[in-house]
Design a protein around this ligand. Structure first.
Ligand code: SF4
Length: 277
């Protein structure tokens, strides 16, 4: 059985994945799971959840968290620490990512981290952290203040899905990849996401009701050859659709595509407009 990486803030399933092509190689992802939206009752970690209507179909309710209240309670406690003692939370996160980097080095794989497994925090803004200079560095063990966790860990590839579409207009760090998450729960939100995708070229993830529907949307390889390919129902966006379930490592996707996913768990029954028929 694959060895798991577990820490206070992030965990991985122990499965390193080889990405097709020499450009990427073998990565393992550690994910942080917080209590989504306002579940921790101290603030909102998903500012667009209400507008995008995604709370009901939220992945946090699928799988293990849906079955064990102890998991939900642990996520709530973690999120409350995020709100009540940000400095201590960021210090834990730095320690845990350092441990994950060491774990990946021992395994001979590259580290990838998704901080927003079940949240939508804008980590690139107002989340400074301290990290010690590495052993061997002339200033070891002096701690440096970094503007963000991405800056503190240039050796790690970070990536997330987001519904906070204004993030797409920011100049994000080179080691952070964002994919916009589409929803038709609110026509205003759908229009704003599409406008953002068109203006910035950022990839857009769309969750289809079933694998069959998603597979039907997969591009023939010609972005504009077949007008039925890549059209998101209420929009005029025509883009190639790629199979987003083949790998979760969104930073390896080509740019300017629709990342086609199909609904799993409770999301299959979603009627909010998040899941597209
Ligand atoms: S923004 Fe993401 S994590 Fe937050 S409620 Fe919506 S689907 Fe869940």
């Amino acid at each position: 059985m694959a060895k798991l990486f577990k820490s206070k803030t992030i965990r991985s399933g122990g499965n390193a994945k080889t990405i097709k092509g020499d450009k990427f190689g073998e990565y393992e992802t550690a994910i942080m799971y917080l209590a989504p939206a306002k579940q921790a009752l101290m603030g909102n970690v998903c500012p667009m959840a209400e507008t995008a209507g995604c709370e009901m179909g939220c992945l946090s309710k699928a799988g293990r968290a849906g079955m064990f209240s102890s998991i939900v309670e642990a996520r709530i406690a973690k999120t409350q620490r995020y709100f009540s003692n940000r400095a201590a939370f960021m210090a834990d996160l730095v320690k845990d990512i350092e441990a994950f980097v060491r774990y990946c080095n021992r395994k001979g794989v590259k580290p990838a981290v998704r901080l927003n497994g079940t949240s939508d925090i804008q980590w690139e803004v107002a989340h400074p952290c301290q990290r010690d200079a590495p052993k061997g560095h002339f200033s070891y063990p002096v701690a440096y203040l970094h503007a963000s966790i991405f800056e503190a860990f240039p050796e790690v590839q970070f990536y997330d899905y987001t519904k906070v579409y204004k993030r797409a207009y920011r100049k994000l760090p080179a080691n952070y990849s964002l994919t916009l998450s589409y929803s038709e729960a609110s026509p205003a939100y759908a229009a704003a996401v599409i406008k953002t995708a068109c203006e910035t070229g950022i990839n857009m993830a769309v969750v289809y009701r079933s694998k069959a529907i998603r597979d039907n949307m997969l591009s023939s390889g010609d972005a504009f050859g077949d007008a039925s390919n890549g059209v998101v129902s209420t929009t005029r966006v025509i883009r190639p659709v790629i199979d987003g379930d083949e790998t979760d490592m969104r930073f390896t996707d080509p740019q300017g595509v629709i990342v086609g996913l199909y609904a799993k768990g409770p999301a299959k029954k979603d009627t909010s407009g998040f899941v597209i028929d």
